[in-house]
Design a protein around this ligand. Structure first.
Ligand SMILES: O=P(O)(O)OC[C@H]1O[C@@H](O)[C@H](O)[C@@H](O)[C@@H]1O
Length: 321
């Protein structure tokens, strides 16, 4: 039996949603779609740690040194940065949502969807008394993680102000994509945009030239980005397409060798095999009045690259997906 078929047969005999124990006994939810794709979501952080296509290939990067233990956020997958991106504010780096234990939301308000997939989970995070001491705002953060019939991974965040006064926040889906070799990767859709360079005190610059390629440490916040961005992996002949909604900015990050060595939960050479492209709302923070809700959506697909005699046609890649 081909591996595709056996993955599909296995998926058909297993439930579309399964609560399991993950690393260090942490609870995780396994999602499986009938054709064989799958995803895993840890309640710790509301954190997606795996997304596999129907060939069983892992599409996200998780470090071999990732520490699955609170309070350290899991290195890789899709950490949720909320209510603060990076160090722009008084909270710990990237906020606290990525290192809190989320709950399964058994009765979420309806979310319009045109997918018939049964492979989804709804999670919820509410602030604890301790959280309210460091960020004095009551909220309900609902996260839905769903696998589409074709294996697409959809994350929908709904954040509601349940307090009596307005609050503001910044946000990112800090997605770590698995790539074959960072030197062979290009990102399309961000050319000619303005960005804040995290390596130059967030100086505002304008991207020049062609698609983005990588030759060293990279850490930029692109502003006013299109709703579609592509990551083209030459060697794998695979293109990731990111579609996003409600998230105008996009962070592109690779730590390269020196920073990789400085991170205790990241292998020295692992920077070669990952790239973060993060759908985000950073430059203009989101403000919610009491009772208001914000929604931010990210949809990921992995498709074969259109690759012709060594030349990629960016237009073709973006249009054909
Ligand atoms: O180590 P952390 O807190 O997970 O952050 C990783 C990186 O996250 C990125 O989003 C930032 O732009 C980088 O500056 C940062 O180094």
């Amino acid at each position: 039996m081909s591996s595709d078929k056996s993955a599909a047969v296995a998926a058909a005999t297993l439930p579309p949603v399964d609560l399991r124990k993950g690393v260090n006994g942490l609870d995780k939810v396994v999602l499986r779609e009938a054709r064989g794709s799958s995803a895993e979501v840890y309640l710790y952080g509301g954190h997606v740690t795996s997304w596999k296509n129907d060939h069983g290939e892992e599409l996200l990067f998780v470090s071999s040194k990732a520490i699955f233990k609170p309070p350290k956020a899991i290195r890789g997958g899709i950490p949720i940065c909320f209510p603060q991106f990076s160090n722009v504010g008084t909270l710990e780096q990237h906020g606290f949502a990525r290192n809190r234990i989320w709950a399964i939301d058994t009765d979420p308000p309806p979310l319009p969807t045109n997918s018939t997939s049964k492979a989804y989970v709804n999670l919820i995070l509410k602030p604890s008394d301790e959280d309210l001491k460091i960020w004095p705002h009551r909220f309900e953060f609902r996260l839905r993680v769903a696998l589409g019939p074709g294996g697409d991974l959809m994350l929908t965040s709904r954040i509601r102000n349940t307090d009596e006064k307005p609050f503001s926040f910044t946000f990112a889906y800090h997605t770590y994509f698995s790539v074959s070799d960072i030197s062979e990767v290009r990102v399309e859709g961000l050319e000619t945009l303005d960005y804040l360079d995290n390596l130059q005190n967030r100086e505002r610059c304008t991207e020049q030239g062609d698609a983005i390629t990588f030759e060293g440490e990279f850490d930029k916040i692109y502003l006013g980005t299109p709703t579609k961005i592509a990551i083209i992996d030459h060697e794998k002949k695979r293109t990731f397409v990111i579609r996003k909604d409600g998230l105008p900015d996009a962070v592109v990050w690779n730590p390269w060798d020196k920073k990789a060595k400085a991170m205790t939960d990241f292998g020295d050479e692992e920077y070669k095999y990952m790239l973060c492209v993060e759908s985000a709302a950073i430059e203009k923070s989101i403000t919610l009045k009491p009772g208001e809700e914000w929604k931010g959506r990210q949809e990921l697909s992995a498709v074969p690259s259109s690759y012709c005699s060594g030349q990629l046609d960016p237009e073709k890649v973006l249009q054909s997906c």
